[in-house]
Design a protein around this ligand. Structure first.
Ligand SMILES: C[S@@+](CC[C@H](N)C(=O)[O-])C[C@H]1O[C@@H](n2cnc3c(N)ncnc32)[C@H](O)[C@@H]1O
Length: 204
């Protein structure tokens, strides 16, 4: 069985408080499997779709998936063992703690961030909240992530990320532009309530 087919059939074991792959996940993973290269960091790996998609690309040397949700990390590690994937590892850590001690530069960074504008009363119970909660304007994680990501990349490194109209695609592109990235929209999906885009960013 192909790895991603095996991944999809294993989703029946996904704990309910880990993000189930959705349109945003599949929009990103389609580009990840063709464009990921070298040392890859998957920020907020969740169910692991981005990490496992990257691992199918022969240009990928290794993949490190990180997430704050322990159940996500256990799920990814178990599947990785079961499917005998040699080049993926997973670690439970908050991205903002990870970057304080990380010494490695990555060739590719993947991120499908939590991007939903969320009022205090809209917060979900348990770890699943981290998958969605972008704070009041949806940009709490995104802005912190964007302002630090360049430092984690090699000089020819690339970022593959998702942005949503619910938390301003234009703002994300503006910020990336101001940080010295050249940005390409690789693909998009539109719904009556939301537009999602997949952005590929490289240094100018
Ligand atoms: C929208 S989900 C994406 C999951 C998966 N990568 C995908 O594409 O389906 C966002 C993920 O980011 C994780 N996350 C949120 N804040 C984080 C942080 N500060 N550090 C690490 N992971 C975080 C959540 O736990 C969740 O698994």
């Amino acid at each position: 069985m192909e790895l991603l087919e095996e991944f999809n059939s294993n989703l029946e074991n996904l704990p309910s408080d880990v993000y189930y792959p959705d349109d945003d996940s599949y929009l990103l993973s389609g580009f990840v499997s063709t464009l990921a290269k070298g040392k890859v960091l998957d920020v907020g790996c969740g169910n692991g779709l981005q990490s496992f998609s990257a691992s199918t690309n022969n240009s990928v040397e290794s993949v490190l998936g990180i997430d704050v949700n322990l159940k996500a990390i256990d799920f990814c590690s178990d599947f990785s063992k079961k499917a005998k994937i040699p080049n993926c590892s997973f670690k439970r850590i908050d991205y903002f703690d990870f970057i304080k001690s990380n010494q490695i530069k990555f060739d590719t960074i993947l991120c499908n961030p939590p991007y939903l504008p969320t009022e205090i009363t809209e917060k979900l119970q348990g770890q699943i909240n981290e998958a969605f909660d972008g704070g009041i304007d949806g940009r709490k994680f995104i802005d912190g992530f964007l302002s630090t990501v360049s430092n984690q990349l090699t000089s020819h490194g690339q970022l593959l990320t998702i942005a949503s109209s619910l938390s301003s695609i234009d703002k994300t592109i503006e910020v990336l532009d101001s940080l010295g990235f050249t940005n390409r929209i690789l693909g998009q999906k539109s719904f009556f309530f939301e537009k999602l885009v997949c952005i590929n960013s490289v240094r100018k």
